[in-house]
Write a protein that binds this ligand. Sequence first.
Ligand code: FE2
Length: 326
Amino acid sequence: MRHPYLIRLDDPEDWLAVREDLQAGTGDLIEEAHDILRPEGPDLMYEFNDSYFYKSTAYHEHSTGWETFFIHEGQLDLCIRGKTATVSPGDVIFIPPYTVHKMTSLSNPLIWNGLFHGLGLLSVMDNKDMIQKTNPDLLLNPEMRSNYLANSDNIPRENPCFEERVPKEEIREIRAFDKPLAVYALPGVSLRQYTGRWENDGKTELWLAEMKQGFKVSFNQFNPNADLFYVVEGQVKFWVAGEEFEAGRRCLVKIPRYAPRSFEALTDAKMYDAGGSTHWSDFLGDMTSLKKMSPEKYADKQYTKGVFRRHQCYVESAAYKGQAIY
Ligand SMILES: [Fe+2]
């Protein structure tokens, strides 16, 4: 049975479904994807899958939906607007609507995760499951695949007449670990920004917390945020609504609104805030400005309480090895 909050990507018990995408005509395996989280709410948030990718996608774009890919193991070539670069573990790919793209696995397989909002990929996949039940041969018909994709907001594009190989820094949709949008270093933790709210239709933003052993955070009991944390390195202990558990590499922690929560890095650890409810960019920007420009306001807890609330930050306390950070 699934744990109420902990999801282990490598445990088949935690998969909602396994989907195989086969090459029409040959039946070769293009991708084996494990559905991990279904989209939620009117903005179709938190949809997440884990995928083993062997081949190549077509050159295509979508009219809706924001796609974020975490490269876990192996490498892939990403072609965007005719420019191609190789993407490696630790890098993130961010694809907004109307961004033409093609991915080619350079590994056998490439292991990566997709985090989506506004896309509703699973409802498309549900349709495919239905066809599998009602007309399975049709899925292997060479004409079916292109017809199906065209009816699933997968807008086919002609292969580019030029394909230029460039350093990955030249493709803005590749967010390399060593080229974050912003970095804030605090005692026991540094926060790296991969995507911004301004480019996610205002719905989310993506940050990686690099935590030192002994970094601990507790959240306010009035916290209306749902959280989705993704541990990619190290070991993190969580306390959520009376449950105590550890999350390690390739674990997600999904926490509902208003559930009391805190966590502590048991080892040095890397963890994404993949839910992106807190407006970290605005919050960390404002707090840093206050500390430098108006230290008296920064020291005034009543004033900073307003800054916390304004940016949906419900951190109650943060400490490193028992020393309060703020
Ligand atoms: Fe796509």
